[in-house]
Design a protein around this ligand. Structure first.
Ligand code: 16G
Ligand code: MG
Length: 546
């Protein structure tokens, strides 16, 4: 590192002292904390993003958001050149950088890192970092901190994309690196032009965040579907407070702004940065619980549809389309997937794989298939198509348009092509996912009730337990068993065995200082009881005893 670069870093970092006594971690999906302590972290992630851009000679994205968390929190995450999450091998560097005590130590760490990674910092090549934020009031000043971090690395240029949904930023990074049109309007156009729907109605809870606001723009770009956006943030409601996908999924109640007048209408909720989506049916009485149509059901709907199109394509009826190509379809879930969804998907003959919680794990796995569909129960997910599959599909469409235009296989191939354009390939995206759900329901002629009856969820319960040190719990087999400390798994097994269809696991949260407990069983009462007895057990073995 040359002297100019060194002094640039020393002087800018002196303006961003780290918070006292806070240990920061990149966690499952970036840094997240009370916004008041994040200036220094965000500045440092700006540096990291610039280094990543120089290293990869590609466009990198930085998103300032705390997703479904409360409005006073904020956070930052990095989008890699593919539009996906930051490569996991850079996460330890993110942690050490964020926790450096002073400018000298910070510069020392960067010097060592660039040497190891063989990154040349002479500013000879310009690199771009796209910055965006959600609607949080703290976003603007944090974005400025990120910008200052970026401009502390010579050759790195920050481009402010303004207020965006998280998936839009990921999409832009991917598009820019592919050299295709990459503005927000291009994103809206790609979604709206691949979407067809006849007149129908959907009510959307925007979580008082960025998604509702963007949907107001997007919905003007297509005909047919009538979208009523509630909780768009303009009516004075607070971000994620009593609204949004996380609230609806965890509490299983209707978000504020919904009432028994919405009975019989399809409703859905986005989270605060619009990368999660769940549907729900409003109960006819005000005290009743909603029928939750969660990420697992969205996944199942997508899987049924894709499988159907593939099998139409394989049929020899109209034309010989069976060219021997075997499309490998994979379904990726986490331990939080309702057991009934996994049974259902397996019954369809699909290959179902599990990964630990966190989009980076699911996405990575799904990318190993020709078509990989991944979803977390909380509503984050998408469908990935391999390059090889896309090439095959295009060739197939060309061939069928010649010899069998308008045939069922031709139509099925065209539908699959539309899905590849509509669904976000970079990351789970509530807006694009919602349009795909709408298109598929229309195609199948299904109501939300019919969709919800694909299978019946097993009752489940989630609890969290405060412990002295959550890192004491180490899990294995995609978080389904506890490897450490010894004895806990045996105790969980003993509890679980008492309940018909019982299933239970614990894991340390990647975003909060707690241990999470998940339990499922044949009745509500049994799921509640299993969850609370395991929570008690965790508290006894690992809690502070208070
Ligand atoms: C983050 C993850 C989400 C995961 C959640 C788990 C991304 C983009 N988001 O929100 O996928 O479900 O963390 O939180 O990866 P937990 O570790 O606190 O349970
Ligand atoms: Mg989110």
């Amino acid at each position: 590192m040359n002297e100019d670069q060194r002094s640039l870093l020393l002087s800018s970092s002196a303006r961003f002292p780290p918070p006292q006594g806070a240990k920061l971690s990149y966690g499952t999906a970036g840094f997240r904390a009370d916004a008041s302590i994040l200036q220094s972290t965000v500045y440092r992630v700006g540096i990291l993003a610039a280094l990543r851009a120089v290293k990869t000679q590609s466009v990198i994205g930085l998103m300032i958001t705390a997703s479904h968390n409360k409005v006073s929190d904020n956070g930052i995450k990095v989008a890699d050149p593919s539009g996906g999450m930051l490569s996991q091998d850079w996460e330890p560097f993110a942690d050490t950088l964020a926790n450096a005590r002073d400018p000298q130590q910070l510069v020392q760490l960067i010097t060592e890192f660039v040497e190891n990674e063989k990154i040349t910092l002479d500013g000879s090549k310009k690199v771009e970092i796209l910055l965006a934020r959600d609607t949080r009031p703290s976003g603007e000043s944090l974005l400025e901190a990120a910008r200052q971090g970026i401009s502390s690395i010579s050759g790195a240029v920050a481009l402010d994309m303004g207020i965006l949904t998280t998936p839009t930023l990921h999409w832009m990074v991917r598009a820019r690196n592919k050299g295709v049109k990459a503005s927000e309007i291009d994103y809206f156009e790609q979604l709206s032009s691949s979407f067809r729907n006849e007149a129908d109605k959907l009510v959307v809870d925007g979580a008082n965040g960025v998604g509702g606001e963007k949907l107001e723009t997007l919905k003007k770009m297509f005909n047919g579907l009538v979208i009523d956006v509630r909780n768009s943030g303009k009516e004075g409601g607070v971000l994620n407070e009593g609204v949004g996908a996380d609230y609806v999924q965890k509490e299983k109640v209707a978000p504020s702004g919904f009432s028994s007048q919405d009975v019989g209408i399809r409703c859905c909720s986005l989270d605060g940065d619009a990368d999660r989506l769940v549907y729900f049916i409003v109960p006819s009485t005000s005290s009743g619980r909603i029928e939750l149509v969660d990420g697992d059901k969205i996944l199942s709907l997508f899987a049924v549809f894709i499988k159907e199109q593939l099998s139409i394509l394989k049929k020899k009826r109209d034309v010989n389309v069976n060219d021997g190509y075997q499309c490998c379809l994979g379904i990726v879930q986490t331990a939080y997937a309702n057991g009934a969804s996994t049974d259902y998907l397996k019954q369809l003959g699909l290959e179902v794989i599990f990964t630990p919680t966190g989009v980076k794990y699911l996405h990575e796995k799904a990318a190993q298939y020709d078509i990989g569909i991944y979803f977390e129960a909380n509503g984050h997910g998408t469908i990935l198509f391999s390059e090889q599959f896309l090439q095959w599909l295009e060739a197939k469409i060309a061939e069928l348009s010649d010899v069998a235009k308008g045939s069922e296989p031709h139509k099925a191939a065209m539908r699959l092509l539309a899905v590849t354009k509509l669904i976000n390939q970079a990351v789970g995206d509530a807006l694009s996912g919602m349009l795909l759900v709408e298109a598929i329901l229309q195609h199948m002629g299904w109501s939300i009730e019919k969709w919800n009856k694909l299978y019946q969820d097993l009752p489940s319960r989630q609890l969290k337990v405060k412990v002295v040190d959550r890192t004491a719990v180490v899990t294995a087999n995609a978080e389904t068993v506890v490897a450490k400390p010894p004895g806990i798994q045996e105790a969980i097994n003993a509890e679980t065995a008492k309940y018909p269809r019982g299933r239970c696991f614990i894991r340390p949260s990647g975003t909060e200082d707690v241990i999470r407990v998940y339990a499922e069983a044949s009745t509500e009462h049994a799921a509640d009881s299993l969850a609370s007895s395991v929570a008690k057990l965790v508290d006894q073995k690992l809690g502070s005893g208070t």
